[in-house]
Design a protein around this ligand. Sequence first.
Ligand SMILES: [Ca+2]
Length: 145
Amino acid sequence: MCSGCNGKGTCDFNTILEDMSDVYKVVKCDCFTGYGGDHCSTLIDWCAAFDQCPEQTTCTTLPPELNNEANHTYFTCSACPAGYEQRGSKCIDVDECAREDTNNCTRNTSVCVNLVGSYYCNCTAAGFRNDANDPYTCQDPTDLK
Ligand SMILES: [Ca+2]
């Protein structure tokens, strides 16, 4: 006999799961993608099964109706945190100082210093200092009272 596979699979009458000899035989279920267990009653945790999201991101298992076997899409990864970009399977620090248009440092008063996950503007002009809460702005000493 077949359990019905919870409506989430088909019965494989060639594979005996439980043989109660002369009483009955329980056959295996071939579960639809995303479902598992003997009777297809459990959802597969693709994130636990594959663990392929980059560190620092969050894996989310897609519901079975969104699984795409052709594209092997069973889970999604969140974006890398701010200050990082994904390259291949890793979140890599963005070097904001590599290009002038990716940082807010003012050239004549500061120099950009890359940090892992961020950057800051190191004040170079005489007397200029970072505002206590703003690592990107160098304040003119005449503005500091
Ligand atoms: Ca950085």
